[in-house]
Design a protein around this ligand. Sequence first.
Ligand code: HEC
Ligand code: HEC
Ligand code: HEC
Ligand code: HEC
Ligand code: HEC
Ligand code: HEC
Ligand code: HEC
Ligand code: HEC
Ligand code: HEC
Length: 318
Amino acid sequence: MYCGREAYAKLCRRLTLMTRIKTFSWILCLFLICVYPRLSAADYSKFSHATPKHQAACNTCHKPPTKDWTKVSSFPDIADYPDHDACVSCHRPQFFKGAKPPICSVCHSKTSPRDDVRFAFRNPATKLQFNIEFPHDKHQDVIAQLRFAHRPQGYYNCTICHESRTPTFKAAPKNHASCFNCHWKSQEPVAANCNGCHKLAPTPFVLTDSPKRISSKFIHEGGGEKKQHIAECTTCHINITKAASLRGLKPDVPITACTECHNKDGLRQDLSKELLAIDKNRAFVCVYCHETSVGSLDPPGSHYRIAERPPLKRKDIK
Ligand code: HEC
Ligand code: HEC
Ligand code: HEC
Ligand code: HEC
Ligand code: HEC
Ligand code: HEC
Ligand code: HEC
Ligand code: HEC
Ligand code: HEC
């Protein structure tokens, strides 16, 4: 009896082992059938920084300044793609695949063993993978020291980074010209530390020229014949010098920055006039400062406070 039970147990163990091996080989087969082709079918014409093996230190691939930077930039810059060395250690098979390996088109506009023409760097046709890190607060003192060095009109320090894109809109930095005179070899983040300024975005995105506005009618270089809107930037952007990050940063201009001129007794009454128009017609749209999408909403409390009136909702007006 005892022996029999032993043998039975042995058989059981072998059976379980066999099923385990079987399950294992099944999983392996399934993996080979379903998963492996997907891995090897990666699209080698598009490079992603999010791929785990591509997350080595930035300067294993990007080595500033790039060769021939003088051709495209007035200062030492990262003006070109990484060299072949940065890839072949892992991608030998993809580099020597067929007559026109797809991987070449990550950088080259023409694929041939003799042609080295490349897309512009950064390729305008591809989405961006990084957000910028820029703490306005930490730069106030250093930028102020540039006061008289940079421009004759001195006090608009912000313009070293935010030039006029049009009379209405201010631009934001598009390249390293506004960073690298300070951040090169010694001031962190140094040029080779791309990661100090570029942070991998959750998903690739298309760069927009400007953030979405609330006061879309405002013209930076406007304000009548005397161009009264031209003033020290921080008189309107009052919180920017305290901003530690760009995440969620908005132009953030309070209406009090406007109403000393646009809503003053004896002067203009642009806001009060529009508030009164709503009293008479609750469907009235305020278009002096806003686009219809904003001007047809309820005026916020900030607007009624300026006019020294209690806040009202359109639906409560008869
Ligand atoms: C394995 C090599 C490799 C590494 C490591 C690498 N890059 Fe790149 N990077 C590339 C290639 C190739 C391109 C050009 C393809 C493209 O534009 O996506 C590129 C393009 C870029 C661009 C321009 C395109 C864009 O998305 O704005 C930026 C910025 C950039 N890299 C920043 C970084 C930063 C920051 C790091 C470190 C966190 C880094 N790279 C690490 C290979 C690499
Ligand atoms: C440390 C190894 C390593 C290095 C270095 C490396 N890659 Fe990759 N790359 C991989 C791995 C792993 C994958 C995932 C797919 C695969 O197994 O081929 C991949 C995938 C890719 C893909 C497919 C899309 C993607 O990003 O997942 C492209 C394109 C690519 N690499 C281009 C490059 C280029 C160009 C360089 C050099 C600038 C480079 N790689 C450097 C390991 C590496
Ligand atoms: C990560 C970007 C990148 C990829 C991918 C890439 N190249 Fe290049 N290639 C470069 C750069 C940068 C140079 C310039 C190197 C220099 O001048 O030192 C170059 C130079 C060349 C040259 C000129 C001769 C030489 O070797 O310097 C040829 C030819 C060339 N590449 C062909 C190819 C082909 C074919 C492929 C695909 C198998 C390929 N490249 C993939 C970036 C790339
Ligand atoms: C050294 C460069 C630099 C300086 C100097 C600088 N900024 Fe910026 N600022 C930036 C960058 C980079 C962004 C982010 C732009 C983006 O998101 O595209 C930004 C964003 C902004 C924004 C938010 C709108 C937007 O485009 O996202 C405002 C408003 C702004 N800055 C105002 C100012 C003002 C006012 C000053 C002067 C006190 C100033 N900045 C100084 C680099 C700078
Ligand atoms: C009289 C007030 C005022 C002054 C002075 C002012 N701005 Fe603005 N700025 C605004 C308003 C209003 C907006 C739009 C805000 C909104 O609608 O959300 C704006 C938007 C911006 C934006 C976002 C891009 C755009 O144009 O929509 C940037 C960047 C900016 N300002 C930078 C500056 C800089 C740099 C200066 C100084 C040279 C400056 N501003 C001076 C009121 C002002
Ligand atoms: C006039 C010189 C100057 C310019 C121009 C400048 N920076 Fe800076 N930056 C500094 C200094 C100095 C510090 C250190 C400030 C501190 O720690 O108080 C700094 C700090 C930083 C930090 C924070 C580093 C940390 O450890 O927290 C980032 C990120 C940064 N700069 C990004 C940028 C970017 C992006 C640009 C261009 C859009 C730029 N800077 C332009 C001088 C400059
Ligand atoms: C001191 C901050 C800082 C460092 C360090 C830095 N960048 Fe940038 N970079 C910026 C800013 C700011 C922009 C302009 C905003 C944008 O385009 O996203 C920019 C733009 C770029 C562009 C587009 C430029 C153009 O002319 O189209 C490329 C490509 C780029 N960076 C690559 C890199 C790479 C690669 C590294 C590391 C070798 C690096 N950057 C290091 C701040 C920095
Ligand atoms: C002189 C210019 C001016 C006039 C006139 C004006 N606004 Fe505004 N409005 C602003 C400014 C600046 C802001 C941003 C600061 C704030 O919220 O108070 C704003 C903010 C708003 C917002 C909040 C939008 C958001 O996304 O946070 C609404 C809604 C709005 N206004 C509706 C109105 C209505 C309705 C009227 C007509 C009675 C009106 N505004 C008249 C300048 C104006
Ligand atoms: C220093 C005074 C002053 C300040 C502050 C001011 N404005 Fe003006 N603004 C004017 C004058 C003067 C005009 C010309 C009015 C006219 O000719 O009818 C004007 C005109 C405008 C116009 C009509 C288009 C144009 O530019 O001619 C809009 C819209 C406007 N302002 C919005 C604003 C907003 C929004 C703010 C606050 C962020 C603001 N203004 C702050 C003085 C000012």
